[in-house]
Design a protein around this ligand. Sequence first.
Ligand code: ADP
Ligand code: MG
Length: 273
Amino acid sequence: MSAELVVKDLHVTVEGKEILKGLNLVVRQGETHALMGPNGSGKSTLAYALMGHPNYVVTGGDILLDGESILGLGPDERARRGLFLAFQYPTAIPGVSLANFLRSAVSSVRGYKERARADGNADLTIGAELMPMREFRKEMAEKMALLNMDPAFARRYLNDGFSGGEKKRAEILQMAMLMPRIAILDETDSGLDIDALRVVADGVNRLIGPQMGVLVITHYQRLLNYIKPQFVHIQLDGRIVTSGGPELALLLEEKGYDWVRAQYGEPALASGG
Ligand code: ADP
Ligand code: MG
């Protein structure tokens, strides 16, 4: 069955403050969506809420995957059902290579841990909870070749001195290994250089297809020079205020966000109403 992520009238509060105020969005497997909006409009809040981050409290509405609410599920279970949020971000973990991190992530998402426990092997056999090394290595090598990555990169320690571009490369490799049904990529607006943008875009372009739906979250139009979304949504003050095709992103590039605020922003509160 084709996956469908439905965000329905979502209200989310962060530290007691309402950030998402009735957000609606549908992303299906095989579709590429871009979510754009000015800083502070709540784009990252949506990404965190989708993955079930505990600080992002859903106070209204629903998030459905394949017609079923996932609000009661933790991040691990959401990942097992095929949601992916580019990792945000286990800061440097001393002594853990990217390969080991990925093997652990893949094993968790594919249920090796549960099977080992069910078989009673989890505590008996070292590595029983993990995808077999030989299989994992083979698959990782294939994915790295697909993404034009140097195999040596997987031996690096996680995030230890990773450049912005390398962090993105690691995210994309993780995405390639997990092959989520719906992937959420938050560009975090933190001034990615062109090299990092290209890494993301080339990777995403290689991975998108009928098996994957992608929601690319970005403040900047320039990423969309490399990733061509079918659907573009503009978020303002906790809601998606308008949606369209790629032409909407071009309009933003041309005119900035001012017209969005003028057209869709809340009227001044001076009236007291
Ligand atoms: P965007 O990604 O569109 O720039 P964010 O979702 O990061 O927007 O932030 C939206 C609003 O929520 C901002 O006003 C921000 O200050 C607030 N916010 C987000 N995360 C937190 C947090 N962890 N603690 C407190 N406020 C937060
Ligand atoms: Mg953000």
